[in-house]
Design a protein around this ligand. Structure first.
Ligand code: HEC
Length: 106
């Protein structure tokens, strides 16, 4: 059941991506197209995210992750967080992390 949910969320993510130009490297745009459905535009999480036990990106635990640790989670996934290592380049992951750091300042 858990795997099935992951599969469907991953499929939804892939579908929502087809419109995005490859090589897109703007943190805010990438976050909007790949992450918002679970994390919310403000990083605090959506109902979909909550069902998957999403973490608030403003939480102290996430704030204190290093950029390298964050990049690893984005590449490899964690629990219900999907892995993006096959669909995002390192520069794209870097821009996403910068975008999350900006969100955390708000
Ligand atoms: C299908 C829903 C979903 C999508 C899409 C998603 N995430 Fe997550 N994310 C999660 C969940 C669930 C967690 C909590 C994982 C845990 O700690 O159990 C999480 C956790 C995180 C964390 C915190 C990791 C930690 O160690 O606490 C970061 C950073 C993160 N996501 C970034 C992103 C970025 C960047 C994207 C877009 C590329 C993204 N997420 C897309 C569900 C999602």
């Amino acid at each position: 059941m858990k795997m099935l949910t992951v599969f469907f969320s991953a499929a939804a993510v892939v579908c929502s991506l087809s419109g995005v130009a490859s090589g897109q490297n703007n943190g805010a745009t990438l976050f909007q197209s790949r992450c918002v459905m679970c994390h919310g535009a403000d990083g605090k999480g959506t109902p979909t995210g909550a069902a998957l036990k999403v973490v608030n990106l403003h939480s102290p635990a996430v704030r204190k992750l290093s950029n390298a640790e964050m990049a690893t989670v984005i590449r490899k996934g964690k629990n219900m967080m999907p892995a993006f290592g096959n669909s995002l380049t390192s520069p794209q992951i870097e821009s996403l992390i910068s975008h999350i750091r900006e969100l955390q300042k708000k």
